[in-house]
Ligand binder design. Structure first.
Ligand code: NAD
Length: 273
């Protein structure tokens, strides 16, 4: 994928970037000239992604172990990052995900979902944006500029059936995006911008076998239902979120803050008839 953005000299932190979507965005940032710290709870995943990126864009990526919902871990990751980069200009909050323990099935009814499981998934999708924004946001406040992009989901706008805590956590992350945009611009500096991308259904490791059959590769019933709601009649591909994210990070979006941009093939625009 080619990009017209230029982030030469910029330093980025990308959480969850050992994974599919965050990893593609980290690659896009590196390709556009930025140096990127890949923060992931799995140091192996961070190392693998940084190696992949460095093969194509030498010395652009560093792996950093970080649990984005643990404040001491985030502070440590920031200190480690600042040893390599003298500052941070861009923050991607990409860590997040769903979990079967908070998704209803005939075997797991809503009534029986454990509150602890709900808390865990809420934290993974909400606190994962808050805590790194606190740490890196302080750097932005000191220098009077910076840009945050959160990865939420179309499930944050209208909740996805069955996926209780994931939908609710992403909804909280949408609200946080708007809250932080207002707070940073009015309290610290108008040049600190905070936006979100809300991807629709992309086929990644997390949901591949929810949407397609493991053996035949055919759509599952849920996959069929999803495609029926997407005017473009297909799933998205992780590289398709990169351009919009780089635009939100860039000077080209200098008057854009508090926006949540759907990247969903029209899913959120379609009422179903
Ligand atoms: N895949 C989709 O269809 C889709 C759609 C909408 C939104 N999203 C969101 O996009 C983001 C990335 O999703 P993905 O599909 O690339 O998932 P993924 O599972 O490929 O990547 C997630 C990464 O986050 C890391 N991670 C998990 N917990 C963490 C923590 N506490 N701290 C730091 N890192 C942690 C994992 O190790 C993994 O590398 C998530 O926030 C997800 O909710 C995905």
């Amino acid at each position: 994928m080619t990009t017209t953005f230029d982030f030469t000299g910029k330093k980025a932190v990308a959480t969850g970037a050992g994974g599919a979507i965050g990893g593609e965005i980290a690659r896009g940032l590196a390709q556009a000239g930025a140096q990127v710290a890949i923060w992931d709870i799995s140091l192996d995943a961070a190392r693998t992604k940084a190696d992949e990126i460095n093969q194509d864009h030498p010395d652009k990526a560093i792996p950093v172990e970080c649990n984005a919902i643990d404040k001491p871990s985030v502070e440590k990751a920031l200190a480690e990052t600042l040893e390599h980069f003298d500052t941070v200009d861009l923050l991607l909050n990409g860590a997040g995900g769903s979990h079967p323990s908070t998704t209803t099935t005939p075997e797991l009814e809503f009534f029986d979902i454990a509150p602890e499981a709900v808390q865990k998934v809420m934290d993974l999708n909400y606190l994962s944006a808050v805590i790194p924004s606190q740490a890196v946001g302080r750097v932005f406040a000191e220098k009077g500029e910076g840009a945050v992009v959160n990865i939420t989901s179309i499930g944050g706008g209208l909740p996805l059936s069955r996926a209780l805590a994931y939908s609710n956590g992403k909804s909280a992350a949408d609200s946080f995006t708007r809250w932080l945009a207002v707070h940073m611009a009015s309290t610290y500096a108008p040049k600190i911008r905070v936006n979100a991308i809300a991807p629709g259904f992309m086929i990644t490791t997390q949901n591949r076998f929810l949407l397609t059959d493991e053996k035949s590769g055919e759509l599952t019933e849920r996959g069929e239902t999803v495609i029926g709601q997407v005017p473009m009649a297909r799933f998205g591909d992780p590289p398709e979120v990169v351009g919009c994210t780089l635009w939100l990070f860039s000077e080209q979006a200098s008057f854009v803050t508090g926006a949540i941009v759907p990247i969903d093939g029209g899913f959120s625009a379609f009422c179903g008839v």
